[in-house]
Design a protein around this ligand. Structure first.
Ligand SMILES: [Zn+2]
Length: 218
């Protein structure tokens, strides 16, 4: 697989530090499954973080700090959601496969959102509020022009799109924030299927697209 677009180091560092929101982590993990280059980069950053921690000056702990940590762990375990039934995600075209990161998630069947466009809501058992979805867009079609109120991560599972900045193909990763104003156009020859997470909402230029976006939670 010829992967050309990778996550920046700040995202990999945040993953290493465990500080990423669930949806973001899921899309990033889907990229790492396919990308040996980023797995190696993550190992280097992990090692760097470990070395920095070892060099840090020791600080005295407050009395009963350990008791408080164990109390928090107990509270987390008590609040852990029960495993939910795993349902098969919607079918993919031949040659494409679902990321292992989605294994415990559920996905709705494809839902029509416009000519040549459908989407599927992905539910993450441990994070019901995570805004994760699949987009399936036919060859030659495009997502309406939009910018973002937060971070939009995209992992291409199948097909190719060009958003005016670059061409993205299978395995490619993209992160777009409020500084990016784009219109992903699917290339001729094949439909495009992407896994995406939104930390915030999309801001579509056209009123109709805004209405559609608010209906489906984009
Ligand atoms: Zn990569």
């Amino acid at each position: 697989m010829d992967i050309r677009h990778h996550p920046e180091d700040d995202l990999l560092l945040a993953l290493s530090a465990g500080s990423l929101e669930t949806g973001t982590r899921l899309v990033l993990s889907s990229h790492l499954e396919l990308c040996a280059h980023c797995r190696e980069r993550l190992r280097t950053l992990d090692a760097l973080g470990g070395a920095l921690l070892e060099d840090a000056l020791p600080a005295p702990l407050a009395d009963a700090a350990l008791d408080r940590v164990f109390a928090r762990i107990d509270a987390l375990e008590a609040a852990a959601p029960r495993p939910i039934k795993v349902s098969a995600p919607p079918p993919l075209p031949e040659g494409a496969r679902w990321p292992r990161a989605l294994a415990r998630c559920t996905a709705t069947p494809w839902r029509w959102i416009g000519p040549g466009m459908s989407w599927s809501r992905v539910s993450v058992p441990a994070a019901p509020d995570a805004n994760v979805f699949l987009l399936r867009i036919a060859a030659g079609k495009y997502l309406p022009q939009h910018t973002h109120r937060g971070l939009e991560l995209t992992q291409v599972l199948h097909g190719r799109f060009h958003d005016g900045r670059a061409l993205f193909g299978p395995g490619d990763f993209d992160a777009a924030d409020d500084g990016i104003h784009h219109q992903p156009v699917v290339q001729e020859g094949s439909e495009c299927i992407c896994l995406a997470s939104l930390d915030g909402r999309l801001r579509f230029d056209s009123p109709i697209a805004r209405l559609f976006g608010s209906l489906v939670g984009m």
